[in-house]
Design a protein around this ligand. Structure first.
Ligand SMILES: Cc1cc2nc3c(=O)[nH]c(=O)nc-3n(C[C@H](O)[C@H](O)[C@H](O)COP(=O)(O)OP(=O)(O)OC[C@H]3O[C@@H](n4cnc5c(N)ncnc54)[C@H](O)[C@@H]3O)c2cc1C
Length: 344
């Protein structure tokens, strides 16, 4: 399918209409690029401000299949980009500032002033961990500071680690870390957890887990080699300060989907993720989503890649059907889901 020219009639933009615009350059975005390019859709991909997404801040990726010897996050991103480009994905270093979804073709406006009409959009804007914003945190990321136990737990075999947080993620990841670490201390700002009762019971029963109540981390300190050596603490009740020695700090104080673009336009769940069905479709026909913008459960490179692939395959199908069922109309239940009201 080739990109087509659409005449201007007031409701449509002049010039070329892209078959598909992909928003985001993480694993989901580059995979969507690879698959739509190989389907001859000549995709246009906007990278956003965080080229490569979260993988690009990952020191080492050991759990992505096909690479038994670990590779660095930036290298994996570069390989994904090269593979997507090899088949024709056009990668633009630009940030999407607005999408217009109540018309078709959709409109995509970027920070550099580009205005692009697109028949389909694949949203792959991902998410970001909420940071503590304390000294040492960013500097020691990948050198003992982590936001993902599934990804990095293995590196802490036989070591002593600290988990910061008190919700489900903190406790669940803390429990996971006990498979590797000799001791897991969970630092929590209050004297009771927000995590579900069942997780709390498991954590309290685990001999490797200790709780440090009413305590926040105020700084992460490094050793002479520039690796995590400890955490400076502040007691939220007494104001007392202290320092705990540790080799790893796992921070789970929230995960924020990058959804600014979609608020009031596409359906979001209570945590701000795009709502999709099992075919990666959002509530607006022609707009698909993949990766951490819609997934709050798995949050891995491998799963994001899988979702990017699925979204691309569905996009291809949708565009093929579009030729027989011109948009708008949403009449054919085989192709279109019911539009649902989007809360503003
Ligand atoms: C420190 C760390 C270590 C990790 N280690 C591992 C690991 O070892 N193994 C593993 O499997 N997983 C790991 N993960 C998780 C993994 O990185 C994510 O699951 C994966 O990157 C999600 O991919 P994604 O494509 O959905 O989104 P992201 O990687 O979050 O990428 C989102 C992309 O969207 C772009 N974007 C956002 N808004 C806009 C916009 N308005 N316009 C244009 N572009 C936009 C951003 O620039 C970015 O390129 C780690 C995560 C972190 C934070």
């Amino acid at each position: 399918m080739a990109n087509s020219d659409v005449p201007s009639n007031g409701n449509q933009v002049e010039g070329t209409v892209e078959d598909v615009v992909i928003i985001g350059s993480g694993p989901a975005g580059f995979t969507a690029g690879l698959y739509t390019a190989r389907a001859n859709l000549n995709p246009l991909l906007f990278t956003g401000n965080d080229y490569g997404g979260q993988v690009s801040i990952t020191y080492e990726v050991e759990n992505y299949p096909g690479f038994p010897e670990a590779l660095s996050g930036p290298e994996l991103v570069e390989r994904m980009k090269q593979q997507a480009e090899k088949f024709g994905t056009r990668v633009e270093f630009d940030y999407v500032g607005e999408i217009v979804v109540d018309r078709h073709p959709f409109l995509v406006r970027t920070a550099n002033g580009r205005e692009v009409a697109a028949k389909a959009i694949i949203a792959c804007t991902g998410a970001r961990p909420r940071y503590l914003e304390i000294p040492g945190e960013k500097e020691l990321m990948g050198r003992g500071v982590s936001y993902c136990a599934t990804c990095d737990g293995f590196f802490f075999r036989g070591k002593d680690v600290i988990v910061v947080g008190g919700g489900d993620s903190a406790v669940e990841e803390g429990l996971f870390l006990t498979k590797f670490a000799t001791r897991v201390r969970i630092l929590h700002r209050r004297d009771e957890l927000r995590a579900s009762k069942i997780l709390q019971e498991r954590a309290f029963a685990n001999p490797k887990i200790e709780f440090v109540w009413n305590t926040v981390a105020s700084e992460i300190v490094a050793d002479a080699e520039g690796k995590v050596a400890g955490v400076k603490t502040l007691n939220t009740v007494t104001g007392e300060t202290g320092q705990l020695e540790t080799e790893g700090v796992f921070i789970f104080v929230g995960h924020l989907p990058n959804n600014e673009l979609f608020k009031g336009k596409l359906e979001l769940d209570e945590d701000g993720h795009l709502v999709t069905d099992d075919k990666m479709r959002t509530n607006v026909p022609g707009i698909f989503a993949a990766g951490e913008i819609m997934d709050k459960v798995f949050k891995q490179v491998a799963t994001s890649v899988g979702q990017g692939c699925a979204a691309a395959m569905q996009t291809e199908k949708w565009l093929a059907e579009l030729e027989d069922h011109p948009y708008p109309g949403f009449a054919d239940p085989r192709v279109f889901r019911q539009r649902v009201a989007v809360p503003v």
